[in-house]
Design a protein around this ligand. Structure first.
Ligand SMILES: NC(=O)c1ccc[n+]([C@@H]2O[C@H](COP(=O)([O-])OP(=O)(O)OC[C@H]3O[C@@H](n4cnc5c(N)ncnc54)[C@H](OP(=O)(O)O)[C@@H]3O)[C@@H](O)[C@H]2O)c1
Length: 430
């Protein structure tokens, strides 16, 4: 057997702890598959006294993770601290500068600094691997960069945040509003005490920026992602979606358009017949559409100690076998900088929900605002009648420009019979 691959781990929390256990429990099959052992030589976290559930004897302890990355006796540094800057970035940069391979689960760092880090890694001849950063246990980076490498990707999209998918699933099953379901998810440990990164779509945007970089050979462009979270999705919208044969999912979607790279994260209504409509609870799914392969769908757990550690170890095993893929699938120097396609240029179908005063002429005013912007209606639903009271009216449109849709909505909101700002959810053709 070849000499062991020596690994230093920065961060021993959820993912780092899972990694310690996986490397201990599956040491034999991993060594058999790599032809060498994976040996942890050094670790770093904040609290030396905390029980990590695994014996750390024989591993050098570093109070300073950046110092470990620069000096420890290792071939690979695994960064599992998190954050787009600060210590995590120093760990990754220091490891690369010292000629060590890097494996990380840090989507925020890759989304913000992926291209610069890829160039640094390439210049030093080391691997920068990050399978765990996107969709946890689903090996989507490998699928895109290797299995589907022969294709031009036409579109990549997915359910990239398990917390949001769990909340939307529970809202649909229980009929309860967002706030109540979020509070339950927090009690169950499916949502953080501060849930904003998840429910406001930021986490999904990080993952989408990385996916788009690999799919289209571009520099990761987090600033170019249009982001909306799920806070404004109402229980009523979920019910109406069901009546329309649709289901609401928070999707991240990227595709190349004539105006540039379109990257968007927002709630979508998707047809019940599409596979992604049935990806429920905390599960993630990623769909790649390639010109020769067609549609490839992968589903699995997008977070948690086990699935994320599984992805980290797959990267370590590639390094142990001497298999090095280019960070974003093309030489770092040729990653393209592509303008972001503005959301106003988006074309699609829309679901609009209004709360209107039930009075003659209301619908005529609404449809006139749509007609004046050339927005063509596909259907209209009105439930319940109670003269002069607030009633919901739901409209769906044919494909139209987002800019025209927004202009029409501004006019509709200004009508005195429209009692709340209109709710708009995009209907996605998948
Ligand atoms: N959790 C998931 O399911 C998941 C899934 C995919 C990707 N990720 C990514 O994986 C990374 C780690 O996430 P996590 O959930 O495992 O985080 P976590 O549970 O909060 O663990 C963070 C670890 O980093 C250590 N740490 C913090 N500051 C440090 C410092 N200055 N020096 C040394 N160690 C420091 C902490 O030490 P102490 O333990 O001593 O406090 C802890 O062990 C993040 O980038 C996250 O986005 C997580």
């Amino acid at each position: 057997m070849s000499p062991a691959l020596k690994i230093a781990i920065a961060g021993l929390g959820t993912v780092g702890g899972g990694l310690l256990k996986l490397l201990r429990d599956n040491a034999e099959p991993i060594a058999a598959r790599c032809g060498r052992r994976l040996a942890i030589t050094a670790v770093s976290a904040r609290d030396k006294g905390r029980d990590r559930g695994v014996d750390l004897a024989g591993m050098a302890w570093y109070a300073d993770a950046a110092e470990m990355a620069a000096r420890a006796d290792c071939d690979v540094v695994v960064e599992l601290i998190g954050g787009s800057d600060g210590v995590a970035r120093r760990v990754v940069e220091g490891a690369i500068a010292g000629g060590r391979h890097v494996v990380t689960a840090n989507k925020a760092l890759l989304a913000h600094a992926g291209a610069a880090l890829a160039r640094a890694a390439e210049a030093k001849g080391v691997v920068l691997a990050y399978e765990a950063a996107v969709a946890g246990g689903i090996p989507v980076i490998k699928i895109l960069r290797e299995g589907l490498a022969a294709n031009r990707v036409q579109r990549v999209y997915g359910i990239l945040n398990g917390t949001c998918n769990y909340i939307l699933t529970q809202m649909r099953r229980s009929g309860r509003p967002f706030g109540d379901v979020l509070a339950d998810a927090q009690k169950l440990g499916y949502a953080e005490a501060d849930p904003s990164f998840d429910v406001d779509g930021v986490d999904a945007a990080h993952k989408l920026a990385i996916l788009a970089a690999v799919a289209f050979g571009t520099e990761a462009d987090i600033e170019g992602v249009h982001v909306e979270g799920i806070r404004h999705v109402g229980a009523l919208d979920i019910r109406f979606a069901g009546e329309l044969g649709l289901r609401i999912k928070l999707l991240g979607i990227a595709r190349m358009t004539e105006f540039g790279l379109e990257q968007r994260v927002h709630p979508c209504m998707v047809p019940l017949e599409t596979p992604i409509a049935h990806v429920e609870d905390v599960f993630n799914a990623v769909v790649v559409e390639g010109d020769f392969v067609g549609r490839v769908v992968s589903e699995g757990r997008g977070a948690g100690a086990g699935p994320t550690a599984s992805a980290v170890v797959a990267d370590l095993m590639d390094i142990a076998r001497g298999r090095a893929a280019m960070t974003f699938g093309v030489p770092a120097g040729s990653l393209a900088r592509v303008p972001a396609s503005p959301m106003d240029r988006h074309r699609g179908a829309y679901y609009i929900r209004l709360m209107v005063r039930d009075r003659p002429g209301v619908i005529a005013d609404v449809t006139a605002a749509l007609r004046d912007q050339q927005v063509s209606l596909e259907s209209m639903l009105q439930r319940g009648r109670s003269p002069d009271e607030a009633v919901p009216v739901v409209l769906t449109t044919h494909h139209t420009d987002e800019a025209a849709m927004r202009r029409a909505l501004q006019r509709i909101e200004a009508l005195d019979t429209v009692l709340e700002p209109p709710r708009m959810i995009r209907i996605e053709s998948l």
